[in-house]
Ligand binder design. Sequence first.
Ligand code: PEP
Ligand code: MG
Length: 606
Amino acid sequence: VKEISAKAEQWWRGVSVSDGVAAGRVLRVHAGARYVYRIALEEAEIDVEIERFRTGVRLARRQLLAIKERAERALGAEHAYIFDAHLLMLEDGKLLTEIEELIRRERVNSEWAVKVATDRVIAVYRDIRDDYLRERGSDIEDVARRLLVALSDKSGEARGGNHGRLMGDAVIVAEELLPSAIVELDFTRVRAIASDAGGWTSHTAIIARGLRIPAIVGLRDLYRHARTGDSIFVDAVSGEVALHPSSSTLKRIQLAKSLGLADEHAKTEEANVSLDDDRSTIMTVDKIEITLRANVELPVEYEGVRRYGARGIGLFRSEFLWTQAGEMPSEEEQFAAYREVVELAGADGATIRFFDLGGDKIGLADDTEDAERNPALGLRAIRLSLHREELLRTQARAALRAAHGARESLRVVLPMISDIWEVRRARAIIDEERGKLADAGYAVGELKIGAMIEVPSAVMIADRLARVVDFFSLGTNDLVQYMLAVDRGNDEVAEWFRTLHPAVLEAIHRTLEAARANKIPAIVCGEMAASPAYAFILLGLGARELSMTAAALPRVRHTIRNIDQASAKSITEECLKCETAADVERFVREQLGEKWPHLFPPKSLP
Ligand code: PEP
Ligand code: MG
């Protein structure tokens, strides 16, 4: 602790994507790593913990020796030497002593001490100029991982059970937080998120806003400088992060709390919006009915779906069922998950998006070797599911079974459709699986098949596409990315990511028109729907169903009930005539800010 407070305060500036102010301890997270949380121990527990650590080291050594023997048999002794280096590290008195001292001095669990100590050594290696020595850093990472596995093997119960006090002060620091890493986090212990890369619509941002955790992206090289265990301060109101914050910086939390801006800030907003008539119909002032549904990806969000009165699930991002290791959830696991979503949605119905893998999402375990050169344009989403048909077949079976007994037919939506052929092929596969399930005696239900509209080609053929699907789902996050050719996760081009670009508005308008003409529903489910000003524009463009993270529902509901669709339509018509994104933004700011200052405070405007 002494060492930490002695370090000088250092600041970073990024882009705030989820409001709030928080302080805690850094937990560095990288893809494929295990998460470690800090557990405070009582004095009397320290000796037992040290013994547990030593047992873990012995186990890790035994495991390594066994691997080394296997490697010798398979590859010959000259290739097994690498394990000698790892074994030596497990015998390194200095490292082991340091870990034990950390356990004693800071009264923490072994896992946390291992992570803190090895992170420090890894950092030293990383700064070495010699390539060979620098590489050794990854050996240490490997040994640290092995030790953590051994520790969880031995005494998982002791660690997670009633022993010690779990610390809820983790601030996640990552280069980029992929969905596969997000799913393994324990959000009850996460206070804030800070990442080097990312944008407003990256999944880190979407989930952080949903769970009301302050988050800042675009911090460039914070990850390289932060060490697990460092004290950290995150001010997602101003977009700043401080490592080793001084006591006067930490006092800003008190100030933020008094202004209602600290982590509980969103709750004050909620208190201003009536929650009592959640379930009643939502209408604009001129009596146009709007349906608001919820987007979900993690079970921790389910509670919000009920609390904020969503009309069913408008988007379930099923790829969040995948493990970090890139393994597909089995048919039974998927069946159970979809069943739960169907039940959660109740009479208002659920929408399950079929795996949207690849791109900025989760990769397959066997694909990690050769990364795609241009993943956003690569073998992702429906392309991957058609290429590796067992993905689609398994998912179809699980969905067909989960649909049985649902009060509404279950909606499934195919991600990143760019050609009608993809819909036809997917439908054929789903029908085949339905036949096979029926032959095998399974009870199956009805599915409605929809297309995600998120690439320009789908917009251009929307009228024809509308005749072969049961509904549209507008993914505005990807639609902006692909219409404007701007990577949604790259903060360097964040300035080009213009949701109100006239081309984007035109694309949405055209898609909604095609749906209306063909009498199919269209659910807008990108992040655009969750922002009052954008929701206003969506209504003007003809949207009648919006789906968003549950926490945003009160805010958007309140907006809709206080505006009229006729004004939204006429303002939007003017927007469609603008020449540039900046012109649209200026016009929207003027119109909304002047007409409804109480609904659209300056901060909520583009
Ligand atoms: C979208 O693209 O807008 C969308 C809803 O899906 P995701 O953000 O998961 O790509
Ligand atoms: Mg998408």
